[in-house]
Design a binder for this molecule. Structure first.
Ligand SMILES: [Fe+2]
Length: 141
């Protein structure tokens, strides 16, 4: 990844790089923050100009809302629980759901640069969800 400028990185390569990364469970546990009163909880893990990493913690039925990540690629890895990941494409003036998948611990999903949109949902009524998010380059702060 060091040899590839962020704007030339593909989602598939970014996913392959993330898949090779092994973060210690004890390290991740320090970045767990559930926020029942918010849309979801999150904590920063790493921020550099080219890569940003954060955790998101989802109570049952919490969801992100449909959004994009501008010029950043995004890869999401499930740490605990089940994550429903939806991809939306722009069709004229509308956002159309083009893909939905459920991913589990250690599985990855991703979203391309704009104009692709996505939404993450914890559809469980009882189980919390913890996800780890990678952005390249870092999102505008
Ligand atoms: Fe996102």
């Amino acid at each position: 990844m060091m040899d590839t400028p962020p704007h030339k990185l593909t989602l598939e390569l970014f996913k392959a790089l993330v898949a090779r990364l092994q973060l210690e469970d004890s390290f991740l546990q320090k970045h767990i923050l559930f926020r029942p009163e918010k849309k979801y909880g999150w904590k920063p893990v790493l921020l550099t100009p080219s890569v940003e990493i954060l955790t998101c913690c989802w109570m049952p039925r919490q969801e992100s809302g449909i959004h994009d990540h501008g010029n950043s690629l995004n890869v999401t890895q499930v740490i605990q629980g089940a994550c429903t990941a939806q991809i939306y494409e722009v069709l004229g003036q509308e956002l159309v759901l083009s893909k939905e998948e459920e991913i589990h611990a250690n599985q990855l999903t991703g979203v391309e640069r704009q104009p692709q949109f996505h939404q993450l949902i914890n559809k469980s009524n009882i189980e919390p969800l913890v996800t780890l998010h990678f952005y390249c380059p870092a999102r505008p702060q």
